[in-house]
Design a binder for this molecule. Sequence first.
Ligand code: AMP
Length: 509
Amino acid sequence: MTQSFSELNLAPTLARAVAEMGYESMTPIQAQAIPHVLTGRDVMGAAQTGTGKTAAFSLPLLQRLLKHENASTSPARHPVRALVLLPTRELADQVAEQIKLYAKYTQLRSTVVFGGMDMKPQTAELKKGVEVLVATPGRLLDHIEAKNAVLNQVEYVVLDEADRMLDIGFLPDLQRILSYLPKQRTTLLFSATFSPEIKRLANSYLQDPITVEVARSNATASTVEQHFYRVEDDDKRGVLRQILRERGIKQAFVFVNSKLGCARLARSLERDGLNTTALHGDKSQDERLKALEAFKSGTVDLLVCTDVAARGLDIKDVPAVFNFDVPFNAEDYVHRIGRTGRAGASGLAVSFVGGRDARLVTDIEKLLGRKLDIEALELEADRRPAGRFNDGQRAWQRDGEHNERDDRAAREPRESREPREPRAVAPRPVRAPRPPADPLFEKPYEAAGPADAPAPWEAAQKQPARLSPNIKTRRKVPALFRSPPPMADGHEEAAAPVAEVSGPDGQTG
Ligand code: AMP
């Protein structure tokens, strides 16, 4: 197997960019996939983010597109030749940035389009002409429908994180997009798993693909200390604060299964005085990028997020990961806790297991191939922080100090008691009267159906179609449709074709 980039005979412009990136040898997925893509074969790759798969598909793809390289300013000379589809805006942005770096010494143009941003600047880029288009499915369809993106000269299509795209519900969008592409093309599909659905997708759209697989990272790093605590929903927030304080944790990811739960938890932790930000699919692109920046720069301590928003993000090590909700997909467990304990550093991964999570835990056990110990946790008396602290200390640390200083007398007798059997939930302490509360916070959180699926009360309000406001829907003539009558906004109730359904985490692209 080829190991060194020099053996690939990449064009000097590409080889120079690779050398500048500081890559010395190929990663396993690159060594396996690049030679096949260079020969134009369809490839089905089992690889996750972090394995170097972006270079595995983009370097050979750029190499093959070099024959179209030209310096003409005419958009007609720069039709879309390669299409890379990804499930989330952040991933699309990340992949597009990498492609730009690899192509920087060539005359090949690339751009990215994803939802949550104004369509106009994207349209202007598309109209100038690009050879490589990176996109999320929903927004790409918007551009196709608006005739900003013409895909009849596409030679390569990459379905990246295909399992995730299917999880989100992008299959109808993908099918529509693929129907616009020429039949004669190279198709590359990358997925963390080869589930039956992925195999079906591959059977429909790939021709005689080569399968490449890198060692699955179902194993979790030995440097991560993992705990599963039995915690009821109402106690989760208190337990989170308690562990943060007791362990002196400075920064952590807190994973939640639904975007509504995510927003609600972030707001209540903020109200508890914790420096928190939320990252989920209902946030605007700008808010999401700001949230990430704030977390990366350390101005925010807790990043409360959903899987869709956090998947594959290039955020380096954090000391701890909390699964406030046990993930619906066992593989997300491995993915989530892989955020901590990187490169030999020690990390902590804590999962709160509620009464209804037994099946999800069993799935994780199957994936990890070992039995998990669900521990009981002694819940401290509720020490709700009084409010925000502005002295630069983490609220939970300050909270601990407060307890030590002010409550020593109360705590000493307790510490000298006989050890007790740990219990899942301590008797409820007498609480001080609560401040006036937003009823939204107080409503108990209920896990939704599939990962990041809209909560029932959200779904009820959801518009049926995923069309961008920039695209006019065709009005039906009321006289022809006695029932149901047209809706006030001009959409027909039953007018949304299946393909128009948006992703549950707002990943309409
Ligand atoms: P990816 O899985 O494509 O998201 O890549 C994960 C990270 O690995 C990115 O920061 C890449 O720049 C980096 N990377 C990709 N290929 C190589 C390589 N051959 N050697 C070292 N780093 C690499």
